[in-house]
Design a protein around this ligand. Structure first.
Ligand code: GRF
Length: 216
């Protein structure tokens, strides 16, 4: 499976995906890292790892449609099968999202559908919830919406600041994004409407829940 990763800045999730893809037998290849921001720090890492990079600067465009058209054209030329958004800070038009339907995924630092949008860590702490986390999901035209592939739960601890919590969640992001990519590339993820199911998950769930069933 040929994969493009779209970034806007640091690119630590992109790095996690690239590292995973270099492991023997990983079922996906990162064929390009694209940034809308020419100064994105993540571009250097991609270059150092011999991944082709591309900058399509949104500031060179008068509207979203034209920007998205050029991004789509480039990804098609690269024969990309799957797009991974990894800290890509541009809203994509419904036309773009529908054109790549079920072939575009995103990582978001909350347990969706809770805390969509920005400033999620502050909002999670202020809500008083005990647990938050991160989610890899297929992208739909509405922001931070779409079938959920993998999630990880992270506790919110007394005294957490947004930065401390963000760092704790990021560790889990770097685990679940490569896992989600692997499952999708192995064709183990099936999308039915708003739900994504994982082939073989029922067996795993059975072993997880069986010990809870008492014989008494
Ligand atoms: C991550 O927290 C990701 O969940 C969110 O943006 C951040 C990007 O970080 N969508 P990085 O660029 O991958 O380091």
């Amino acid at each position: 499976m040929k994969v493009a990763i779209l970034i806007s800045s640091r690119g630590s999730n992109m790095q996690a995906l690239v590292r995973a893809s270099k492991q023997d037998g990983f079922p996906a290849e990162i064929v390009t890292v694209l940034s809308n921001n020419p100064d994105a720090a993540g571009l250097d890492f991609a270059k150092e790892n011999d991944i082709p990079t591309k900058v399509i600067n949104h500031r060179d465009y008068e509207n979203r449609e034209d920007f998205d058209t050029d991004v789509s054209k480039y990804l098609t030329e690269q024969k990309v099968d799957l797009i991974c958004l990894a800290g890509f800070m541009r809203l994509l038009t419904p036309d773009f999202v529908n054109r790549w339907r079920d072939r575009i995924i995103n990582i978001h630092p909350s347990l969706l559908p809770a805390f969509k949008g920005l400033h999620v860590h502050e909002r999670a702490i202020e809500s008083g919830t005990r647990f938050t986390g991160c989610t890899v999901h297929f992208v739909r035209p509405e922001m931070d919406d779409g079938p959920i592939v993998v999630q990880a739960v992270v506790p919110i601890l007394t005294g957490d600041t947004a930065d401390i919590l963000a760092d704790r969640i990021l560790v889990q992001e770097h685990r679940i994004y490569p896992l989600a990519l692997k499952l999708i590339a192995e064709r183990k993820v099936k999308v039915h409407g708003s739900i994504a199911t994982i082939v073989g998950a029922a067996e795993t769930e059975a072993t997880l829940t069986n010990p809870l069933v008492s014989d008494d």
